[in-house]
Design a protein around this ligand. Structure first.
Ligand code: SF4
Length: 702
């Protein structure tokens, strides 16, 4: 009987531990790892179906050049030559990588090192840009570094949990189960702020169906209320923060009364007052935010409006307290650690600090380390469309349907001189590849991921690499060697990459940066193989290990203080109007993941929602002349699609919801990406996926 292999779920940022076992007939069974701190043996519907997603149907099994099968040497030589030639002819800014929160930290590390250290350009961005970039920007503005101060245990130790723009019940189900169990035990109050009454909103103590895009007003109102009530931690504010007066002055002007907030947010004043009174009176409060906050043209301001309230009450970094961003993907956090966003450098260092750039250059012994941020996702594809970026390598993601204004992205992929796609399966995007590289999938990959609470866990292989498939880190390093960087990319194993990543985090780090896993820089292969899940920081030479950050009131800013950020409520980038009168939000449904390349293969997951449906309030439907089950055409300024109509008063009048998952492989005409606006947040570059003006009409059936 084969032994169970201890690994980590590849779907969401909860990061549940999984025990996988391969039977004699090759089938794979999974169960939750009872010893993993994130899930203690539980799995959600998606995680428990992982064993049913591992067939070879649709797998890429050998490299392809121009649609014909090729050997690895030929394909890798071509990729290296095309990138080198493009850089020689047009400079380093003429190439780019678009990567994924599906990559393991070791994959991410070498991709970032190649682009920023050796090509000498910041043009590596990630699909995490669509997920949590506004949280990263908000954390950096407030804390000086992209830190999530709390842990999942804080959900269980809180007396009040405020979930903002987060359908935790469906999108982070095991974490939600932990919260419900805590509620049963200690009577935790749950408040949900969401324009849509989701499954999370159905089972809470207070539901606030906020008008889309007005979160800053709600939390500015809370800050002003805390000041009026004197519900502040004056000692904490004085000792550990800057900017209180400016933030509270603007908040008071923006949101002077509960009535004004209720009117602006479209809420019942009694509900607003109840939320404010609960927050003011409950020291153990955690505010959780997710894509509903991040995916906005003002997402960073929303994050800071929330953090301001926690700084004002000193509720941060202590048991049961704190602002908490939950990430969508399994390794969004690992990508943030290595610098896998175009505006980050490496190991939580940024481009605004020239000493940090020099430090990273010294550590990598890099010839031409990038000195400025690269192009963020939307701008990267725009540059490919207009010829500024001429060679693009897409790793493990499907931007042809998942990016906003996806028609423009597809045009960019067509226009780009040279497109490489490395992925596990064929997708809508692989059609545009000049070179296709078959990458290892879950169960074959070997490395680490970091979940939303900064806990590093191992993904371990339990199946052989099929066909000519290779791990991402190997593919990237082989291209790097062929581009002339053999010495810097001389890794034999993912463990060797991890050691270097850990060493960089501690290199010339005197404690000013909190991201520090230097204590793992000399981890040997056996300890890496047996690595147990653990939180960072794990500091070199200090042995210190902190589950929570900033509990001592010290932040990684130049003066060690956190920063209030004065923010003002702004409207959506593109308001609804007579031509496009409905505000569309997009999001996940319970049993699907991304563009369904895995979960779409499992009949029992498809059974939950077999086809895409647009959810709309009955009053809007009546005005348009739509009935339940009708086929509707949904049109924005950027594209159109068709979906079945589902009537529900869970939608506010004037808004609608479309799942983000369906793509060309499963329903050629119902993807949310092609409809969505490419307008982005000015600080984070995250697109406004939660407010797309659309019109909806009955689709004639021929
Ligand atoms: Fe996987 Fe997330 Fe479900 Fe856990 S909650 S099993 S990590 S999808």
């Amino acid at each position: 009987m084969a032994a169970e292999v201890r690994t980590t779920c590849p779907y969401c940022g909860v990061g549940c531990g999984v025990l996988a076992k391969v039977a004699a007939d090759g089938s794979v069974s999974v169960r939750g790892d009872p010893d993993h701190p994130a899930n203690a043996g539980k799995l959600c519907s998606k995680g428990s179906a992982l064993g049913e997603t591992l067939g070879l149907d649709g797998r890429l099994l050998s490299p392809e050049i121009g649609g014909r099968a090729a050997g690895w040497d030929e394909a890798l030589d071509l990729v290296a030559k095309k990138f080198s030639d493009t850089i020689a002819a047009h400079g380093p800014d003429s190439v780019g990588f678009y990567v994924s929160g599906q990559l393991l930290t070791e994959d991410y590390y070498v991709a970032n090192k190649l682009m920023k250290g050796f090509i000498g350009c910041g043009n590596i961005d990630t699909n995490s840009r669509l997920c949590m970039a506004s949280s990263v920007a908000g954390h950096r503005r407030a804390f000086g570094e992209d830190i999530v101060p709390g842990t999942y245990e804080d959900f269980e130790e809180a007396d009040l949990v405020v979930l903002v723009g987060s359908n935790t019940a469906w999108c982070h189900p095991v974490l939600y189960q932990r919260l419900l169990a805590a509620r049963t035990k200690r009577g935790t109050r749950i408040a949900v702020v969401d324009p849509r009454r989701t499954a999370t909103g159905e089972d809470c103590d207070l539901f606030l169906p906020i008008r889309p895009g007005t979160d800053v007003l709600l939390f500015n109102g809370l800050l002003a209320h805390l000041v009026r009530r004197g519900a502040l931690d004056a000692d904490y504010i004085a000792a550990h923060t800057n900017g209180f007066d400016a933030a509270t002055t603007l908040a008071a002007a923006d949101a002077p009364t509960v009535a004004r907030v209720a009117e602006g947010c479209g809420l019942d004043p009694a509900d607003v007052r109840r939320l404010y009174d609960w927050f003011a009176a409950t020291p153990r409060t955690v505010t959780v935010y997710s894509q509903g906050v991040n995916q906005s043209a003002h997402g960073t301001d929303k994050v800071n409006a929330i953090i301001n309230c926690h700084l004002a009450t000193g509720r941060i970094g202590k048991p049961g307290m704190g602002p908490f961003s939950v990430t969508g993907q399994p390794n969004a956090m690992g990508g943030r650690e290595v610098g896998g966003l175009a505006n980050q450098l490496a190991a939580h260092m940024g481009f605004e600090d020239s000493a940090a750039i020099d430090r990273v250059g010294r550590f990598w012994n890099a010839p031409a380390v990038a000195r400025k941020p690269g192009l963020k996702a939307v701008d990267l594809f725009e540059a490919a469309a207009d010829g500024r970026v001429r060679a693009l390598w897409i790793m493990g993601t499907n931007p042809a349907v998942s990016m906003p204004d996806a028609a423009r992205v597809r045009a960019a992929l067509k226009a780009c001189d040279f497109v490489v796609v490395s992925d596990v399966v064929r997708t809508d995007t692989t059609r545009f590849a000049d070179v296709l590289l078959p990458a290892a999938g879950w169960g074959e990959k070997d490395g680490t991921v970091t979940n939303s609470e900064r806990r590093i866990s191992r993904q371990r292989p339990f199946a052989p690499l099929p066909g000519d498939v290779r791990p991402d880190w190997w593919i990237i390093t082989e291209v790097a060697r062929r581009m002339g960087f053999a010495e810097a990319f001389d890794y034999a194993t993912p463990a060797a990459i991890f050691r270097e990543h850990a060493a960089l985090s501690a290199f010339e780090n005197d404690g000013a940066r909190l991201f520090d896993i230097g204590g793992l820089a000399d981890i040997d292969d056996d300890d890496y193989a047996g690595f147990q899940p653990m939180h960072w920081p794990l500091r070199a030479g200090r042995g210190a290990r902190a589950d929570r950050l900033a509990g001592d009131g010290k932040f990684p800013t130049p003066d060690g203080r956190a920063r209030f950020v004065a923010v003002r409520q702004e409207g959506p980038a593109l308001p609804v109007d007579g031509a496009f009168p409905i505000a569309l939000t997009t999001g996940r449904i319970r049993d699907q993941w991304h563009t369904m390349t895995r979960t779409g293969l499992v009949p029992r997951l498809m059974a939950h929602a077999p086809e895409p449906a647009i959810e709309i309030n009955p009053a809007d439907a009546a005005a348009i002349g739509l009935r339940e089950g009708d086929l509707a055409r949904v049109e924005s300024r950027y594209g159109s699609g068709r979906a079945k109509v589902r009537l529900t008063d869970a939608q506010r009048i004037g808004q609608a919801f479309l799942p983000m998952h369906w793509s060309g492989r499963f329903a050629a005409n119902a993807a949310a990406g092609p409809l969505s606006t490419p307008v982005t947040d000015p600080f984070s570059g995250q697109p406004e996926l939660k407010h797309v003006p659309v019109r909806i009409a009955r689709e004639p059936v021929h």
